[in-house]
Design a protein. Structure first.
Length: 224
C-alpha cells in the first residue's frame, strides 16, 4: 500500500511529465547536496568584530540571557564564580571533559566541580559553545563527552563560554563551519541552537522562565 506522501509525489511527477530518474535531475540533486549552497543571507550580522559582539550581546539580552565579556580565557573561572555568587547560588558546578574548560585554573575559586553528564540534580552547569550567531544572539552547542547535551537542559542555571572568534554573523556560516570541522555527512549526533533561557507562555499567556530547561542563561564571551 502506497503512503500519502508517495501519492503526492507521484501526482507531482505525473503533472510534470517526469519520472524523477532523469539524468539531469539526478545530477542537479547530487550537485546541490555536494556544494550545499546558501540561500539569501541577512546582512545584519556582517559587521566588524566589536560591532558583531555588541549585536550578539544586544540580541541575547533581549531574550533574558545575561552576557559578560572577558579579555582572556584565564578570567572565565572568576567570572563564573561571580555570576553564581551574585545570584546567591551554590558554589557547585558540573562540566564535561572539554579541555578548554577543564584546563582552566578553577582552584583560584571556591567552586566544587563535578564532571560528566547531568543526572538532573545539578543546579549549575557550564558548557563551551561551538559557535554563536550574532544576528539573533543564539548559541550553537554540539553533543559529545566534551559538552554533554544534558548540561544544556537539566541544570537550572546554564553558563556558556563562547570565544569571540567563534561568533559567526549568521546561521549559514555556522553550518558551513560544522561541515568543515566534522566533514561532509559526519555531523555530531546533536546540534542545539539555544536562544535565551527556557521559557513558555502556554499558561494564561504569561511568560515563565525555566519551563523546559534552565531558567538562567549566562554567556561569557572570551575576546582572545
Amino acid at each position: 500500500m502506497s503512503s500519502a506522501r508517495e501519492d503526492i509525489f507521484a501526482n507531482i511527477r505525473r503533472s510534470l511529465g517526469a519520472t524523477g530518474r532523469e539524468a539531469p535531475r539526478i545530477a542537479a540533486v547530487t550537485e546541490r547536496l555536494r556544494s550545499a549552497p546558501s540561500g539569501v543571507v541577512p546582512a545584519r550580522g556582517h559587521l566588524p568584530r566589536e560591532a558583531r559582539i555588541a549585536l550578539f550581546k544586544e540580541q541575547a539580552e533581549s531574550v533574558q540571557a545575561s552576557v559578560s565579556v572577558v579579555a582572556r580565557s584565564t578570567e572565565v573561572p572568576a567570572e563564573v564564580a561571580r555570576f553564581l555568587r551574585e545570584h546567591n547560588l551554590p558554589a557547585n558546578l558540573r562540566l564535561g571533559t572539554d579541555p578548554r574548560l577543564t584546563g582552566l585554573d578553577w582552584a583560584t575559586t571556591a567552586l566544587a566541580l563535578s564532571f560528566g553528564p547531568s543526572e538532573g540534580d545539578d543546579l549549575n552547569a557550564v558548557s563551551h559553545a561551538f559557535a554563536g550567531v550574532a544576528e539573533t544572539g543564539t548559541l550553537a552547542l554540539v553533543s559529545g563527552a566534551d559538552n554533554p547535551t544534558t548540561l544544556n537542559f537539566l541544570a537550572d542555571n546554564h553558563i556558556v563560554v563562547l570565544r569571540a572568534d567563534d561568533l559567526a554573523p549568521d546561521y549559514e556560516s555556522v553550518w558551513a563551519r560544522l561541515r568543515e570541522t566534522y566533514g561532509k555527512g559526519l555531523m555530531p549526533r546533536t546540534v542545539n541552537l539555544i536562544t535565551g533561557p527556557s521559557r513558555s507562555g502556554d499558561i494564561e499567556q504569561q511568560i515563565i522562565l525555566g519551563a523546559h530547561g534552565p531558567r538562567r542563561l549566562h554567556i561569557v564571551i572570551v575576546e582572545s
